[in-house]
Write a protein that binds this ligand. Structure first.
Ligand SMILES: Cc1ncc(COP(=O)(O)O)c(C=O)c1O
Length: 377
């Protein structure tokens, strides 16, 4: 239905050659040298000593929580403005997610609200073993502030960096913060392995345990021996071959996405009431998705009207994440909210941001926007 997509995979001949070479090498059974090399290259690039390649970002979130023994009776504060996977993983282990509102300037977890939430929970006698902040659309959360809160309350930090691969925070790489971080290489992300994810950590014991859990928790024995429940979550060698090429192109793909963002900034520069969601400073963001925030009274059109015009022109756009406290599946969960996520969901729209967007496609977007701006006059 759409011929200009939000964030399609950007793969070319180099990726095709790498996948074919991996197939030809005979390492078709899940593990293999490309997987090991991908882990080493990613650990170096994202500034951690340990990386574990997994079948998805969701699997990485799940296994970190399993490995830490998080379970029933535990409460895990998590961003309400996120993709459902961040919260689902908490549910998989039987713990209770507690939804935390965001800073309306960035969409990222608001440290003041997190602090109020955790101190209320702890005063109420609840155990808070882990906090899960989410790097929204490619911007890191305020790790200094959130890290201080996790230390104060003795909670681990599991950083959902699924969307911020390649970004930095105060000069340090996304994925290198907290007790562990999770990356996603899903097909819509800034770099892809088709489907895949990774756990990054400074804790070698955690990395070893997650790797073991991801391969059915097999004990070192000739026969199949198991003392704990395992999972089939390992990234395959073939997909890792694709990931290695994508990783080598990460800077180029980020630069391209930044150009697309700058294009949109220029396009709406003269339009009152329209701004790019970037906290007024995106120099460290990976620019994965560019979102506009539209004040309909000042702009003369709403995010929904812009989405409709783009759709008529065959151009995909999507509202910012529908907050988890508004999702039927998660209604009734404990939450500490101030209305910011609701406000952003109402006014925010993500635009085509892929690194493979062509000049012709950008011109088509410009034309569709011009139709709306003219109609408004
Ligand atoms: C914030 C966030 N967390 C987790 C995930 C899950 O990653 P995956 O699709 O690789 O399971 C995604 C994206 O899909 C995401 O955007």
């Amino acid at each position: 239905m759409y011929d200009v997509l939000l964030s399609p995979p950007d793969v070319g001949e180099a990726e095709i050659e790498a996948v074919v070479a991996a197939l030809r090498s005979g390492w078709v059974a899940p593990a293999g040298p490309d997987l090991l090399a991908f882990e080493q290259e990613a650990a170096k690039r994202f500034e951690v000593p340990f990386a574990v390649g997994l079948s998805s970002g969701t699997a990485a979130l799940h296994l970190a929580l399993v490995s830490w023994g998080v379970g029933p009776g535990d409460v895990v504060p998590v961003s309400t403005l996120t993709f459902a996977a961040s919260v689902n993983a908490i549910r998989y282990v039987g713990a209770e997610p507690h939804l935390v509102d965001c800073d309306p300037l960035t969409g990222n977890m608001n440290p003041a609200i997190l602090r109020a939430a955790v101190s209320g929970l702890v005063e109420g006698g609840r155990r808070v073993p882990v906090i899960v902040p989410v790097d929204m659309l490619g911007k890191c959360v305020d790790y200094d502030a959130i890290g201080a809160i996790s230390s104060e309350f003795g909670a681990r930090l599991l950083c959902d960096a699924a969307e911020s691969v390649g970004a930095t925070y105060r000069g340090r790489s996304a994925g290198s913060f907290g007790d562990a971080s999770v990356l996603s290489f899903n097909g819509n992300k800034i770099m892809t392995t088709s489907g895949g994810g990774m756990l990054l950590t400074h804790d070698g014991a955690l990395a070893d345990h997650v790797r073991k859990l991801s391969t059915q928790a097999r004990e070192p024995a000739e026969h199949y021996e198991h003392v704990e429940v395992g999972y089939n979550y390992r990234l395959s060698n073939i997909l890792a071959a694709l990931g290695r090429v994508q990783l080598s192109r990460l800077e180029e793909m980020m630069q391209r996405r930044r150009k697309v963002r700058d294009h949109y900034r220029g396009l709406f520069a003269e339009t009152a009431g329209v701004s790019v969601l970037d906290g007024n400073d995106d120099h460290e963001d990976n620019c994965w998705l560019t979102a506009l925030v539209i004040d309909p009274d000042a702009a003369g059109f709403s995010a929904q009207e812009l989405a409709a015009v783009l759709k008529d022109a065959g151009i995909e756009s999507r509202p910012i994440w529908k907050p988890m406290h508004q999702q039927p599946v998660y209604r009734g969960l404990g939450a500490t909210l101030d209305g910011s996520a609701d406000w952003l969901f109402q006014r925010g729209l993500t635009l085509p941001s892929g690194s493979g967007l062509t000049e012709t496609q950008l011109s088509r977007i410009d034309q569709a926007v011009a139709t709306l701006l003219t109609r408004r006059l």
